[in-house]
Design a protein around this ligand. Sequence first.
Ligand SMILES: *Cc1c(COP(=O)(O)O)cnc(C)c1O
Length: 341
Amino acid sequence: MEKKNIDWSNLGFAYMQTDKRYVSNYKDGAWDEGTLTSDANIVLNECACVLQYAQTCFEGLKAYTTEDGHIVTFRPDLNAQRMASSAKRLEMPVFPEDRFVEAVHKVVEANAAYVPPYGSGATLYIRPYMFGSNSVIGVKPAEEYQFRVFTTPVGPYFKGGAKPITIRVCDYDRAAPHGTGHVKAGLNYAMSLYAIVDAHEKGFDENMYLDSATRTKVEETGGANFLFVTKDNTVVTPKSPTILPSITRRSLLYVAEHYLGLKTEEREVYMDEVKDFAECGLCGTAAVISPVGKIVDHDREICFPSGMEKMGPVIQKLYDTLTGIQMGHIEAPEGWIHKIC
Ligand SMILES: *Cc1c(COP(=O)(O)O)cnc(C)c1O
């Protein structure tokens, strides 16, 4: 297979159309057999449920080339599981989990020429999603749905090393108690746009959202979970029913415990104790871990001892170990690496 002529190391995080995508339609209570198509466009009725009432959810994962030249994905079964839970919360039919994994496999295989080579730092981003497609004007779930998977090559998240970012405590809320914060629904992102544009205008990289009921506990940012390290090297992540269960965060906790022998805690984290942590990072598929150097809470600044120049030592070890597992230099736990070809 010959790779496309792409300047891999200068790719950003933007959509680039690739050759094939997967489509399956749900109608009369059943999903069809699904197919790969070259057509990147979707034609919808003006009154489609997704356009009127935002009945849509998505997933995000990556394919990459390992050191020994295989194309692999990382724990796609967990994305399938999470999409099933998102679909249920949004009254959408579940796309069967085994078929989800198979669809991801097929699309990556069909676009293998777009999977960046080992060592470029770039990856093939995979976006599965589904939406209510028939016309709905009275508020109710759609009867017809489309499940799709497309891919797009994306550049290394950190160009020239991972520089710690500055975030602010946000006055807007991300998720209500008993709301949809724990599922990957498009609506959670629509309503975060105002807050993120505002944060960027004020010079912050991200928003830190607190629990909306008491505004005393750390939740997450718009698209990544928090990970903290205490001064005695315990890895702590916030626990809350309104946080999106990040696959990266869950994998990092496993790595901390089983590969690095660190203590881990998943518990409520109060804003008041954040100043006592030694390191802070944001975890998600895009960056694996993005180090946080400073948190601005209105008139108060929290500067982590790890500073603004580089990742803290524990976060660096977590990052190196998980990316090592993904790239095939470190042996992966059973079932984590799904080989495409
Ligand atoms: C997708 C997402 C994450 C990260 O999840 P990963 O599975 O690690 O990519 C974190 N928070 C939110 C709100 C998300 O939508």
